[in-house]
Write a protein that binds this ligand. Structure first.
Ligand code: AMP
Ligand code: ZN
Length: 110
């Protein structure tokens, strides 16, 4: 828990948000500024600043499992996952999260 972290506040329900999926390890919410028809963020309940700070290999596996569960729960079969690590790669919120993007126009790769 980091007191000035927006995603910790969402996890702890200090900021109201609609969880599209939740399990023991994560919550999933719609991105505030969607970059695709569907744009969901899978956010671990514990505060980890970025993938570079994540040392728990077991949790790494459970996060990917949680991505699958989230996609299934919201009815997605085809989707792209993105993790931005570090400001230079576009990370703006320093609480690890995995983007799930889906919809038309995603056939073009980055
Ligand atoms: P990143 O650039 O990978 O750090 O992604 C941060 C994402 O969080 C961006 O896509 C933002 O639009 C999104 N975001 C920031 N604040 C909120 C919020 N309060 N609720 C939902 N999404 C948010
Ligand atoms: Zn946090």
């Amino acid at each position: 828990m980091s007191t000035d972290c927006i995603f910790c506040k969402i996890v702890n329900k200090e900021i109201p948000s609609n969880f599209v999926y939740e399990n023991e390890d994560v919550i999933a919410i719609n991105d505030l500024h969607p970059q695709a028809e569907t744009h969901v963020l899978v956010i671990p309940k514990i505060h980890v600043a970025s993938l570079a700070e994540l040392e728990d290999v077991n949790l790494m596996g459970r996060l990917l499992q949680s991505v699958k569960e989230t996609a299934k729960a919201i009815g997605l079969t085809d989707y792209r996952t993105i993790i931005n690590t570090g400001a230079g790669a576009g990370q703006t919120v320093f609480h690890l999260h995995i983007h799930i993007l889906s919809g038309k126009n995603l056939k073009e790769k980055l």
